[in-house]
Design a protein. Sequence first.
Length: 394
Amino acid sequence: MKIHEFQAKELLAAAGAAVPRGVVATTPQEAVAGFDQLGGPVMLKAQIHAGGRGKGKFKDSGKDFGGVKFIKSRDDVQPIADVIFKYPLVTKQTGEEGQRVSKLLVQEAVDLGKEYYLGVVLDRAIGLPVLMASAEGGVDIEEVAAKTPEKILKTPINPSTGLQPFQARRMAFALGFPADQVPQAEAIMTALCRVFLDKDCNLAEINPLMVTPQGKVLALDAKMTFDDNALFRHPDIEKLRDETEENVAELRAARAGLSFIQLAGNIGCLVNGAGLAMSTMDIIKYHGGEPANFLDVGGGANKEQVTEALRILLSDPNVKAVLVNIFGGIMKCDTIALAMVAAFQEVKPKVPFVVRLEGTNVEQGRKVLADSGLNIATASGLTEAAKKVVAAAK
Ligand code: GDP
Ligand code: MN
């Protein structure tokens, strides 16, 4: 689960990190009130879960500013906020349709100085969280990671002690912080690692960490994602969920008890069992296709779930063909066939379907499909099914 920048900064501040003052607005009027409250030049920062906002653009707005805008005069707040709330923000992480903005962080503008990068991720190779930092920070950290990875410093974190003070100091000196700024840098690194561990994050990032010309070290931007499997331990984090930012199809699927992940291809997959779903995606790719999703209806899916699964699949305009791959173990093939026929009558799909059924009651299941008169191609093996659906999608 992801949260917004302002929420991540609240968590960091509570753990002892210095962050700029800010107010969250949901309307242009509130943004003006925020300007008055902070009393001076502000940054208007569009709150969306995607990154790269600073270099983004508001789609069809005809304006050339992005989701992070410096505002000097009070009179500019309203017209700029109007644009921010009206048009979707497109960044390199949103896709071309962009993301609507419903919350705007009005933050005191900080004088620009040197920008650093700080991040904590899980290093699976060593089985520990790792604090990463770079003095070549700012918005182009991905480029630093790709071209000069040696400029990213790393130190592993012991989960039972957190980041040790000596580790933070060593990192701060290695980054080139002058001695009088080291305690501030140390406090922010410690807070970031603390939040990562305490809240079961997958990622916690400050980019940029800013050193102002006055020598103040501040978390100017923050990003966090949390381990969904640990959310039950953190009701306070679960409350920060913003459903307007989440994939609509994935939310619908979660409500129906289906495991669904949206992907970029054009072949919809409806499968029972996670392992079978993985191998179905593999074999589609092996035969030159691209899956549009991962969808596991589970071992005991009923008619309602199969119908909802088909609705979700077919609501994606990229889906040009669908492969249904069912192994009837607990689930009986005739049950799923009946569910499909019922679902077809309701959903009326316009794209070709390929079905591969195997397992318990497979004969009855095939008969149900054959007698239905529906336009469904059947396949007797996984390879044949994959070849047929890849051809159908082209
Ligand atoms: P992102 O593009 O989504 O990562 O959004 P950021 O919050 O990181 O903002 C992008 C860039 O805007 C930063 O790298 C800074 O250069 C600039 N910026 C953000 N906040 C301030 C601020 O308070 N003052 C100034 N002068 N620039 C800022
Ligand atoms: Mn940033």
